[in-house]
Write a protein that binds this ligand. Structure first.
Ligand SMILES: *[C@@H]1O[C@H](CO)[C@@H](O)[C@H](O)[C@H]1NC(C)=O
Ligand SMILES: *[C@@H]1O[C@H](CO)[C@@H](O)[C@H](O)[C@H]1NC(C)=O
Ligand SMILES: *[C@@H]1O[C@H](CO)[C@@H](O)[C@H](O)[C@H]1NC(C)=O
Ligand SMILES: *[C@@H]1O[C@H](CO)[C@@H](O)[C@H](O)[C@H]1NC(C)=O
Ligand SMILES: *[C@@H]1O[C@H](CO)[C@@H](O)[C@H](O)[C@H]1NC(C)=O
Ligand SMILES: CC(=O)N[C@H]1CO[C@H](CO)[C@@H](O)[C@@H]1O
Ligand SMILES: CC(=O)N[C@H]1CO[C@H](CO)[C@@H](O)[C@@H]1O
Length: 510
């Protein structure tokens, strides 16, 4: 089974590399048409060549390693943690195929009959807060929300999941940009209730996402998602939610996704940055050129160079720290993940420590950039749910059809450690902040540890012959217990983003 996953990974990655090569050529031609883009994005367009090369290099390294030594991947385990479920590096690799996209893949259509069904649902539900039809104009909409002042201090991250029969914010057939691997219904997942749970903080209620309110708060503004394939998951959820009221224009190029909402001149951007820090492959000390080096003390220029163009940034990372790389700090090799040729030396830090440092470095760079005045939302580590083993050792989320009850989730030592380091990295960066920007933590790790039902599991593809149940030997099928179904719990992250934006941009006391 592990071999099958590996082969799939290699196959997709090769497709990806080939496409990335094409991108370099096309980036050149896209510069000539840049006059039609809004001004702040000229620079992004001209970047494409460089970032494509960067992506190409990164993916090539990650791909080339298992070719040389497949055993390194198959016996994969996060060092220092014996007893935890770990992230499937191959699953992220699979998504590399998706990070490079043709414009033609991004035709967003609106499905009137699906829209009507959703509207009917909402009428039935009564829990919807503003009636979008009643509150047409901007002042009314903003007023209505600014009144909810009492809610503004409420802790959003302690609460529970409650069943909500009004259903999800969109459907698999009312949003055409859902990556097939997250289109659980489209891939034949038989149960659907996982779409119907809302997060309810103990002290307040998060209103159902109102796309019109979002667009108005984000008038003439840009929201950027920065991170790995889980960040892509969240970005696509946001586009699906918003596309229910307005079809965005796809202004993306092959390696940077950008969607433009004309009614309010709002732009949604996604930049790929798997580790958030500068990476290179140049030989360094005793590390040769066949392994990725992470410079833990410099931020990833791939996103830093555009940071002043963004009004809101949703930044996240974590799972790539389970992949092979070398850690460099103060011009010295201080550790390595799945790499440490010289056993006579001692590692100074492990991958969890490295994660915390990378979070501090990237956030501190943003919080001290003279001209950046945006709102940075750090989305905390997204828990995976490989039960009974890791992704490659029989771990499974098969058969989970509702959120876990309190006390039902096994503690995950790796998730807890990653979360702790991320939060302390965040706090250190906050202390260094010197500019006008705002830095907020969106602490979803605990809340999402209950959502073992929200992953694609074995429903990762349309293949009608895929294995979805345990074999006679009790072996679970290959599955994705890391990314989130769409629609599904991931949509809650965007409801939280809207709530945080509302608190920042529409607070009458400020
Ligand atoms: C993990 O297991 C190995 C033996 O398999 C043991 O030597 C090591 O101390 C364990 N590590 C932790 C962190 O428990
Ligand atoms: C993990 O830890 C539990 C106790 O906390 C133990 O029962 C179990 O055997 C361990 N599993 C592995 C794979 O080490
Ligand atoms: C539109 O949505 C309806 C109801 O959800 C569905 O039956 C129909 O197939 C969809 N049409 C298209 C073109 O996707
Ligand atoms: C949407 O999900 C339904 C099952 O609920 C499935 O029959 C249909 O093919 C899916 N449509 C798309 C476009 O994935
Ligand atoms: C900030 O903006 C000013 C004026 O546009 C510019 O001169 C300066 O170089 C910028 N600083 C940074 C760090 O980008
Ligand atoms: C852009 C690209 O290479 N897309 C490929 C991703 O993988 C699917 C298979 O799931 C291919 O059909 C696409 O061509
Ligand atoms: C408004 C403000 O606080 N600006 C500061 C942003 O950070 C730089 C240092 O990186 C300061 O020089 C600015 O005064």
């Amino acid at each position: 089974m592990a071999f099958a996953v590996l082969f799939e990974f290699l196959f997709f990655s090769k497709v990806f590399v080939r496409n990335a090569l094409n991108v370099c050529g096309e980036a050149m031609t896209s510069v000539s048409s840049k006059a039609s883009y809004p001004k702040t994005f000229l620079s992004i367009v001209s970047l494409s060549g460089g970032l494509a090369a960067f992506l190409l290099l990164a993916s090539w390294l990650l791909v080339s390693r298992p070719v040389v030594n497949p055993g390194a991947f198959i016996s994969y385990r996060v060092q220092g943690f014996n007893n935890t479920t770990t992230t499937d590096p191959n699953l992220d690799g699979l998504r590399s195929n998706i990070t490079v996209l043709d414009d033609s893949n991004f035709h967003v259509y609106s499905n009137k009959s699906a829209e009507k069904a959703i509207a009917d649902d909402r009428k039935r539900s009564g829990i919807e807060e503003p009636q979008p039809d009643v509150l047409q104009n901007e002042e009314q909409l903003l007023d209505k929300y600014s009144i909810r002042k009492a809610d503004s201090d409420c802790d959003l991250y302690h609460g529970k999941w409650i069943y909500d029969s009004s259903g999800p914010l969109y459907r698999n057939d009312s949003c055409s940009i859902i990556t097939q691997m997250q289109n659980c219904q489209g891939n034949g997942r038989p149960d659907k209730d996982y779409e119907n749970w809302r997060w309810k903080p103990d002290q307040c209620t998060i209103p159902r996402f109102n796309p019109k309110l979002f667009l108005q708060l984000m008038r003439k503004k840009t929201l950027a998602f920065i991170g790995d394939s889980v960040a892509r998951n969240q970005m696509e959820s946001m586009i699906c939610i918003l596309s229910q009221v307005e079809e965005p224009k796809n202004r993306g190029n092959k390696r940077m996704q950008r969607y433009y909402f004309r009614s309010t001149s709002t732009m949604i951007v996604r930049i790929w940055s798997s580790w958030l820090v500068h990476q290179s492959t140049d030989p360094f000390d005793f590390a040769t050129d066949d392994v990725v080096k992470l410079h833990l003390d410099s931020p990833d220029e791939g996103f830093m160079q555009y940071i002043t163009d963004f009004d809101v940034v949703v930044l996240s990372s974590g799972h790539w720290f389970a992949k092979q790389s070398v850690y460099i700090l103060n011009n010295e090799i201080v550790g390595g993940q799945l790499w440490w040729p010289d056993h006579s030396r001692k590692k100074k830090i492990d991958n969890v420590e490295a994660y915390g440092i990378s979070v501090e470095t990237s956030l501190a760079a943003m919080a001290t950039q003279q001209n950046y005045s945006g709102l940075t939302i750090v989305r905390s580590y997204s828990p995976d749910h490989y039960e009974g083993g890791a992704w490659n050792t029989g771990g499974s989320c098969t058969g989970k059809v509702k959120p876990a009850m309190e006390g039902e989730i096994p503690e995950n030592g790796f998730t807890n450690a990653m979360h702790e380091k991320q939060v302390s990295g965040f706090r250190r960066a906050l202390e260094k902040k010197s500019n006008k920007s705002k830095l907020k933590l969106m602490d979803i790790t605990r809340a999402f540890s209950y959502r073992h039902d929200g992953h694609p599991g074995p429903y990762r593809s349309r293949d009608p012959n895929k294995i979805t149940t345990r074999g006679p030997d009790g072996k679970p099928p290959p599955q994705d217990c890391l990314h989130w179904c769409m629609p599904g719990p991931v949509d809650t992250w965007n409801e939280l983003v809207l709530e945080m934006i509302r608190r920042e941009f529409n607070n009458p006391t400020q």
